[in-house]
Write a protein that binds this ligand. Structure first.
Ligand code: ADP
Ligand code: DP6
Ligand code: CO
Length: 382
């Protein structure tokens, strides 16, 4: 190592990665170690200014172990998934040179050097808003930059997949498909972009944070139990999802909102039905705090929903039935928080009006601005 081990140098890289929300859900693995899914899935990547992970990675000869801090607390990097990502990246690392600092790291040096990772999610972690997707995608992306890994996004998506399945889709913006693949080694289980973020920019996504509490059943253990015990999951993976994937790709391509909304809501509902069909049953949508949650990030509306998810679903369903065509789609991941996708800004404004009417924020809520997409559309006097 030209930069001798005795020297106190640190090289850092910082990256930011948005989360993604599946409209056709991934739920169930055929290989737990490689994280290979039992069906394709499709997601929409959120605006990076809003729900995202920021990760800084650092390397120094002074570091004696790989270490990570998540949201200010040290967490272990010894888990198989983190180790798999680190191993994949280390084996692809290239020479790195920083003339100004007099640092030269060779490919071989990366086998011995240790990294420190500091990561922060600006939204609730492990609460069903896909923190593992943004978190692991960001970890892989920032380490790949630090280690000068010369792989394209598709290969990086296959590495991120080994950290958390949903993470492979966060390497791309817009609409993204995770192809389940056929190979045993997972080489063809990668994410591809179906359409970029400009393709359908009329859509407006609103997240109603019902609870930012950590869920009781992680996605990993929930889907393991489902695969082991549910009959419905077999029917879903083999018969339902393959057809829905084709229809969803078509709906996205044609910006066909009625078809998009129908498929999105149906898939969310079937995913939660499959959770109920698990032994013991998993209730992601009622794992809800009745307590008021603080408004976070001043970016998304935070709606307090006293009777958990059904009011939001029935509110949207009733409204859609009254209109000529659906105006809003809902989807819930493995948690109680609602992701509402409106047809356009007008529908989004009406949706906000309805949400605030049905679920008024409690008086001491720090709720003073509602941002839709990148524009503040409402601001109260306070
Ligand atoms: P979620 O619905 O939020 O994705 P999961 O149960 O799938 O919940 O995953 C949550 C786990 O993902 C966390 O307990 C943590 O291990 C991991 N995770 C979340 N955010 C990060 C991050 N920024 N960096 C590394 N790992 C993360
Ligand atoms: C409901 O990707 O969090 O959000 O691969 O075990 O880390 P692991 O699970 P994870 O599961 C996500 C499940 C989901 C649906 C989806 O994102 O497709
Ligand atoms: Co997750």
């Amino acid at each position: 190592m030209a930069a001798e081990s005795g020297k106190k140098w640190v090289l850092t890289v910082t990256a930011q990665t948005p989360t993604n929300i599946a409209v056709i859900k991934y739920w169930g693995k055929r290989d737990e170690d490689l994280i290979l899914p039992i069906n394709d899935s499709i997601s929409v990547t959120l605006d990076p200014d809003h729900l995202c992970t920021t990760t800084s990675v650092a390397v120094s000869p002074a570091f004696t172990h790989d270490r990570m801090w998540l949201n200010g607390k040290e967490v272990s990097l010894s888990g198989g998934r983190y180790q798999n990502c680190l191993r994949e990246l280390r084996s692809r690392a290239s020479d790195v040179e920083d003339e100004e600092k007099g640092i030269k790291i060779t490919k071989k040096d990366w086998e011995k050097l240790h990294v420190h990772v500091v990561s922060y999610n600006n939204f609730p972690t492990a609460a069903g808003l896909a923190s593992s997707a943004a978190g692991l995608a960001c970890l892989v992306f920032s380490l790949a930059k630090l280690m000068n890994v010369k792989e394209d996004h598709s290969k990086l998506s296959a590495i991120a997949r080994q950290g958390s399945g949903s993470a492979c889709r966060s390497l791309y913006g817009g609409f993204v498909k995770w192809i389940m693949g056929k190979e045993e080694n997972g080489s063809d289980s990668i994410a591809v972009q179906l359409a970029d973020e400009k393709h359908w920019d009329d859509l407006v996504i609103i997240i109603a944070v019902v609870s930012s509490r950590q869920k009781e059943t992680s996605s990993t253990s929930g889907m393991r139990d489902t695969v082991e015990t549910s009959m419905l999951i077999k029917h879903r993976a083999k018969e339902v999802v393959p057809k829905r994937i084709i229809q969803m790709e078509e709906a996205i391509k044609n910006r066909d909102f009625p078809a998009f909304a129908r498929l999105t809501c149906a898939d969310s509902n079937q995913f939660h039905a499959v959770c109920l069909d698990t032994l013991p049953p998993i209730f992601y949508m009622n794992d809800t705090s009745h307590r008021q949650e603080p408004f976070f990030n001043s970016s998304f509306i935070n709606v307090i929903v006293p009777h958990f998810y059904l009011p939001i679903i029935s509110c949207v369903e009733k409204w859609n039935r009254h209109e000529e065509t659906p105006q809003v789609a809902y989807t819930f991941d493995a948690g109680p928080n609602a992701v509402l996708i409106s047809h356009n800004r007008k529908a989004a404004a009406l949706l906000l009006q309805r949400l605030l009417f049905y679920f008024p924020p409690q008086s001491d809520t720090d709720l003073n601005s509602y941002v839709i997409g990148d524009k503040t559309i409402l601001k109260d006097a306070g």
